[in-house]
Design a protein. Structure first.
Length: 120
């Protein structure tokens, strides 16, 4: 959204591409550094790090020079296959481990139905 809003506000299709990617990749780490005591934001010993793996097969070359394009236009529309939080795999092959997703989904549908009845 920041990318599109900046282009619209500036009325210039050339702005905001690299800046928005830099905000996403660097500013989040800086903000966390100010808010949390534990070190995070780097994949190095002693830092907390969550990692996600995407099920992503790009149609165009994926290189260091095209990474920002894939980040903004490709990766945001593909499913996450694996998620690791604090060193523990919490989702693998698209399945959340340790949760009964069908039961939770059924309960959510029932609660949503009851909510909509109250709103009518």
């Amino acid at each position: 959204a920041a990318y599109l809003l900046q282009r619209h506000a500036m009325r210039d299709p050339r702005v905001a591409f690299a800046e928005v990617c830099e905000m996403l990749l660097k500013n989040n780490q800086k903000i966390c550094g100010r808010l949390f005591k534990s070190k995070r934001g780097q994949l190095v010993p002693g830092f907390l790090a969550d990692v996600i793996l995407f099920d992503y097969e790009p149609f165009t070359p994926f290189t260091a020079g095209t990474f920002y394009g894939h980040l903004l236009f490709g990766l945001n529309h593909v499913p996450v296959s694996t998620t690791v939080c604090r060193g523990k795999i919490v989702m693998e092959n698209g399945v959340v481990l340790g949760m009964d997703e069908r039961r939770i989904r059924a309960e959510c549908k029932e609660r949503a139905r009851k909510l909509w009845q109250r709103i009518k």
